[in-house]
Structure formats: C-alpha cells, structure tokens
Ligand binder design. Structure first.
Ligand SMILES: NC(=O)c1ccc[n+]([C@@H]2O[C@H](COP(=O)([O-])OP(=O)(O)OC[C@H]3O[C@@H](n4cnc5c(N)ncnc54)[C@H](OP(=O)(O)O)[C@@H]3O)[C@@H](O)[C@H]2O)c1
Length: 220
C-alpha cells in the first residue's frame, strides 16, 4: 500500500473546498481542511467523519502551517484571492503539487480577467515558481462531486500540467473522487480549459438551465 499523502485544502469552508475533501475521504489521504472560519470548516470535518468514520481529517486556520504539512495543496479560493494565498504558502510549497481549480471569471460571467495568453493556473505557477502547479476540477461543478457517475458513466474531469509525476498523482486523486480523469496536456492548456468553462457558462446562461441560478452564485 502507498504511503498516505497529506492534502491541504485552502478554502475548505467553500463550495468546492468542501466538496473535494468529501470526495477524497474514501481514499488513502490525510485531509487538512483550512479556512479562516474554523467553525464552518469544523462542520465540514464532522460531516466527513460521520460519513467516513475511518477518514483522517483535521482542521486549521493557517494555510501556511497546513501547506507545510501537506504533500499536495489545493487552492479552492476565488482567483482574486490566489495572490494572497500564494504569498502565504510560497515558502512551504517548494516542490509540492499545487492544484489550481480556479476559473478567473469577470463579475458579469461574460469574460475572463486573465490576459488571452495566460491562465489562472499559469499565473499561480508564476507566483509559486518552485511548486508543481496542476490544473484540475475547473470543469466539474461543486454539486457534481456528490454524483460523479451519471447514468452509469463517470463524468470527465480534465487535468493539465508540466510535471509528469505530479500529473499522475493528480490523476489518481481525481479517480478517487470518482471522476474520469483526462490528461489534456501541459499547463499551457489551462487557458483552454478555463475558456471551455466560460463557454459552458455562457451557453447555460443563454439556455437558462435550472441549476444556473445556484451555479452563478458559486462561480467567481
Ligand atoms: N463552485 C463551483 O461549482 C466551481 C467549479 C469549478 C471551479 N470553481 C472554482 O473554485 C474556486 C472556489 O469557488 P467556490 O464556488 O468554492 O467559492 P466559495 O464557495 O465562495 O468558497 C471560497 C473559499 O475561499 C475562501 N477565501 C476567499 N478569499 C480568501 C483569501 N483571501 N484567503 C483565504 N481563503 C479565502 C473562502 O473563505 P471565507 O468564507 O472565510 O471567505 C471560502 O472558503 C473558484 O476559483 C472557482 O472559480 C468553482
């Protein structure tokens, strides 16, 4: 059996930050749930322990300490908060996998705030030059984590990154959650994945799917 990996989830009180560890609880991971509001994140930890009594879950209000302990760090925060988070964890993220899940949407959901030749993931890599940034989970909705299998078929989840070992580790993590991982390419592909999600949002807004009202609140 592989050594248990520790995963720090920064923003674990949020929609994605709570959905991801719920999905990972069945795996061989130690989960460090990190958020400013310890009460909120404690509730998430208790829910996980009650549904998966064997799960190793701890909470922290310090993203730096949690990232220091972690093998893998998930930045489950809005794109606008990533610079601040990166500054806090930079010294302890060297050579670690940092997962970028952000969609850098503008306030009106009709464009991205990033320049056309870059992406949220590549900007995070610039902020954390010694970490191994991998893009994942930006095209899966928080609500999908409860039902990653639809009509007997696993929903696809795209993964992109430059470090092959880190990519493989994230592929396994995505599989544990229950999605079908698809390696889309190098980290430079992240811009396409982020724009794919923007297009999906725009189509959904145009077609007025029922879940959009909830979903719009969740994406920023
Ligand atoms: N929701 C989705 O379905 C979905 C799908 C794919 C990708 N994403 C991406 O996932 C990320 C999170 O989205 P979400 O919907 O989960 O957002 P959310 O529910 O608002 O959660 C955001 C989390 O980030 C924390 N946070 C905010 N600013 C912070 C800062 N400066 N430092 C540390 N923590 C901070 C919040 O903590 P406080 O509550 O204490 O502020 C909260 O725990 C976004 O980048 C989004 O684009 C979302």
């Amino acid at each position: 059996m592989k050594t248990m990996q520790t995963i720090a989830i920064i923003g674990a009180s949020g929609n994605m930050g709570s959905a991801i560890p719920r999905g990972l609880a069945k795996g061989n991971y130690r989960l460090l749930l990190c958020a400013n509001d310890l009460d909120k994140v404690q509730t998430v930890a208790e829910e996980i322990k009650s549904s998966h009594p064997g799960a190793e879950v701890a909470v922290s209000d310090c993203s730096r300490d949690a990232s220091w302990e972690a093998d893998i760090i998930i930045a489950a925060v809005p794109y606008s908060a990533e610079r601040e988070v990166a500054e806090k964890i930079k010294a302890v993220a060297n050579q670690k996998i940092v997962i970028s899940i952000a969609n850098p949407l503008n306030d009106t959901y009709d464009g991205l705030v990033t320049a056309p030749d870059t992406s949220a993931a590549e900007e995070l890599q610039k902020l954390l030059p010694n970490a191994k940034v991998v893009k994942a989970f930006n095209t899966t909705f928080a609500a999908d984590f409860a039902t990653p299998v639809i009509d007997g078929k696993q929903a696809d989840a795209f993964v992109a990154g430059d470090d092959q070992e880190a990519l493989q580790t994230v592929v396994e993590l995505v599989e544990t959650v229950g999605f079908n991982p698809i390696v889309a390419g190098s980290l430079a592909v992240s811009g396409t994945l982020e724009r794919m999600q923007l297009l999906l949002i725009q189509l959904n807004m145009k077609n007025g799917y029922n879940w959009l009202a909830d979903w719009k609140i969740l994406h920023h």
